[in-house]
Design a protein around this ligand. Structure first.
Ligand code: ZN
Length: 257
């Protein structure tokens, strides 16, 4: 372990990731906000046996990083969740709680010291596990009907610049599509892109899934409506996911050959 000085507190709210052959490597990183009035209250709760919730790490607003659960163990952070058609994501993921009162208690910007610590921590996690960029997600991405964390103020572009997750630039070829209305064909294509990116979309849940996508990738407005801008952003993300998957595939092949 390099670089980061952790403060340690042990949460009992974890169990085993399973035994081979059923055990899969960690290949997801899930970011949250704590959504409580103080860091101390959040950490207490994440360590309270009755609460049955935890995370591997908590990052305070001043950049202090707490380790509550070892990465080898399964922490209870994602709850009922789904990504790329797969459920029970705790067994596959590392969970990081970023301290913020959240939408219920006064949502506020994440300070620089905190984001710098989140960035360092995520880079270390990514150096230890084969987590592709399209599997770095927010809690609201994998539980859009229940969760809105880490929320629209979270600085995903900054993390992407550090190699953590995806943040494609606007594609020049899509400039004209942005301001346009959305017909049936574009609507269907937009929903297909949403699923291709990884969002689990069932009939009746399109709007919450779209709102989660917007909160993360078009944070100016997250109304769940599939407008021209959202369609263009979906296409950009879908292309970025496909490009990253092609790179993964090449890496996998070169490992075998
Ligand atoms: Zn969460």
């Amino acid at each position: 372990m390099t670089g980061i000085e952790f403060r340690e507190r042990s949460s009992p709210n974890h169990d085993s990731r399973g035994e081979p052959p059923n055990m899969r490597p960690v290949d997801m990183l899930v970011l949250h906000y704590t959504g409580m009035q103080s860091a101390a209250a959040a950490i207490d709760r994440l360590c309270e046996p009755e609460a049955r919730v935890s995370a591997h790490y908590v990052v305070e607003e001043d950049g202090t990083v707490w380790r509550l659960v070892a990465e080898e163990q399964r922490a209870f952070h994602a709850g009922v969740s789904c990504w790329e058609g797969e459920q029970n994501l705790n067994r596959l993921s590392i969970g990081v709680e970023v301290v913020n009162p959240g939408h219920e208690w006064g949502y506020r910007p994440f300070p620089e010291a905190q984001m710098a610590a989140v960035e360092r921590l995520c880079r270390e996690v990514l150096s230890r596990h084969p987590i592709p960029p399209y599997r770095v997600v927010g809690h609201s991405d994998i539980a859009p009907d229940r969760k809105s964390d880490p929320g629209e103020l979270f600085d995903w572009p900054r993390l992407a610049r550090a190699g953590i997750g995806l943040w494609p630039p606007p594609a020049p070829g899509l400039a004209r599509r942005r301001g346009r209305g959305v017909g049936l064909v574009q609507h269907a294509a937009g929903l297909a892109d949403l699923a291709r990116i990884g969002y689990c979309v069932a009939p009746g849940t399109e709007e919450v899934a779209l709102a989660a996508f917007q909160r993360r990738f078009r944070p100016e407005r997250w109304d769940g409506l599939l407008d021209g801008e959202t369609c263009a952003r979906l296409a950009e993300l879908r292309m970025a996911v496909e490009a990253a998957q092609a790179v993964e595939e090449m890496r996998r092949r070169s490992r075998w050959n």
